[in-house]
Structure formats: C-alpha cells, structure tokens
Design a protein around this ligand. Structure first.
Ligand code: AMP
Length: 113
C-alpha cells in the first residue's frame, strides 16, 4: 500500500520540523500554518481518521492529546490554544492519517469556518 505523507515523515523520507517524539507519537510544525503556532500531533501507527478508532485505540488517542498539551506548554501557550481533528471530506481532512492540530499564538475565532 502507498504510504501517506505522514508515514513518510515518520520514516524520515520527508523532512519536518519535529518538536516531540516518543515510541507512539510524533509532533511537528504544519507546513502551512494557520496561526503563529500550528503543530500536528500524529500516531506512528496508521489510523486513517478518528471515526475509525475502536476502544483499543483510546489510550493512543488520549496520548495524542496529552502530547499536544505538553507541546503547548513547551511553546509557552499560556493564553490558551485549540486542538482540532478534521474528520472526513466535509471537515476538510486532506491527509488520511489521524492528526491533532494544535493552534495558538493568537486569539482564535469561533465558530471555525
Ligand atoms: P487536514 O486538512 O486536517 O488533513 O490537515 C493536514 C495538514 O497537513 C494541513 O494543515 C497541511 O498544511 C499539513 N501538511 C501537509 N503537508 C505537510 C508537510 N509536508 N509537513 C507538515 N505539514 C504538512
């Protein structure tokens, strides 16, 4: 099967500005930032989208969120930030490898587009 873009980043076939890595998760800066801080947190294990998760994936998905909060802390986002998962076409998902967007560094509008 063809690797997704994010699998190629995990395998270091495409370079990325990596901020955090452990055995289960990688966090790197988004190439097209929508805020002063825009980081993607992804599992190393491929899971195309959040709607495919099963109860077995709960610890991994929980860990993704914990890593996002840790990166936010390291980047000094004391005023707040937003964690977003786009699921499917209507939400604008373009890469079918689960990822949490960490957005911050400015006041974020609500509702999102
Ligand atoms: P989504 O639209 O939720 O699937 O988000 C995919 C994100 O991946 C977008 O915000 C893109 O800007 C980002 N992206 C695409 N290619 C790269 C890359 N090579 N390195 C970092 N981020 C990327």
């Amino acid at each position: 099967m063809t690797k997704t873009l994010f699998e190629r980043i995990i395998d270091r076939e495409i370079s990325a500005d990596i901020l955090y890595e452990d055995e289960r998760v990688l966090a790197f800066r988004d190439i097209n930032p929508q805020a002063p801080v825009h980081v993607l947190v992804i599992p190393k294990q491929p899971l195309a989208q959040v709607e495919h998760m099963t109860p077995t994936d709960s610890p991994l998905v929980g860990h993704l969120f914990w890593v996002a909060t840790e990166v936010a802390r390291q980047l000094g986002l004391t005023g707040g930030y937003r964690l977003v998962i786009n699921n499917g076409v209507d939400a604008g998902q373009t890469v079918y490898h689960l990822h949490v967007h960490l957005l911050g560094g400015r006041v974020l509008g609500w509702p999102p587009g």
